[in-house]
Design a protein around this ligand. Structure first.
Ligand SMILES: [Zn+2]
Ligand SMILES: [Zn+2]
Length: 170
């Protein structure tokens, strides 16, 4: 495991020399700006990569997974939520990359930071839940229905009909 802070640039000269050759890499580094609406990778928390690097004709195929811890707020009850995500990685680095499909080799190295960034950003939840059946907050009194039942009526009243009810009482 490489130390955090060393970045995610990996030398692949050995692989490029011999098509068919492969090796495994476990990497860990800090990646900035891993944040979406609803969740983020906390500052100082490293992203892990477990990859198999395989030499192909004039390129390297990178296959594996990335993992990162994330924190957020339950969209229903607003309690803090934290978990670890894992995301698949499959990328091809080539001397002559195809725009939008494969990535460019940096000489005899590959830069895995943009790969890790894209994979983690895609996997971060936009609207996390503390648990699938979170009961949420009462929309009327704000009580956390996971821990306490409030006395508010539970049926949802269509605001248009609520308006008609008001009229009748006048
Ligand atoms: Zn919740
Ligand atoms: Zn209530």
């Amino acid at each position: 495991m490489r130390a955090a802070g060393g970045g995610l640039t990996v030398g692949v000269a050995d692989l490029l020399r011999r098509p068919g050759q492969w090796r495994e890499e476990s990497l860990e580094a800090l990646v900035d700006g891993l944040r979406v609406t609803g969740s983020e990778v906390p500052e100082g928390a490293p992203v892990h990569l477990d990859l198999r690097l395989e030499s192909v004709n004039e390129g390297v195929v990178v296959k594996g997974t990335t993992a990162a811890p994330w924190v957020g707020e339950c969209r229903r009850c607003l309690r803090p939520v934290e978990a670890t995500l894992t995301a698949p990685i499959l990328e091809v680095f080539e001397i002559s990359p195809t725009e939008g499909e494969t990535r460019s080799l940096l000489g005899t190295s590959i830069d895995l930071e943009p790969v890790a960034r894209e994979a983690v950003l895609l996997e971060l939840p936009l609207a996390p839940l503390c648990r699938d059946d979170c009961a949420g907050l009462c929309p009327q009194c704000g009580t956390d229905r996971n821990s306490t039942d409030c006395a508010c009526p539970t049926d949802d009243v269509d605001p248009r009909w609520a308006g008609l009810n008001d009229l009748r009482f006048e």
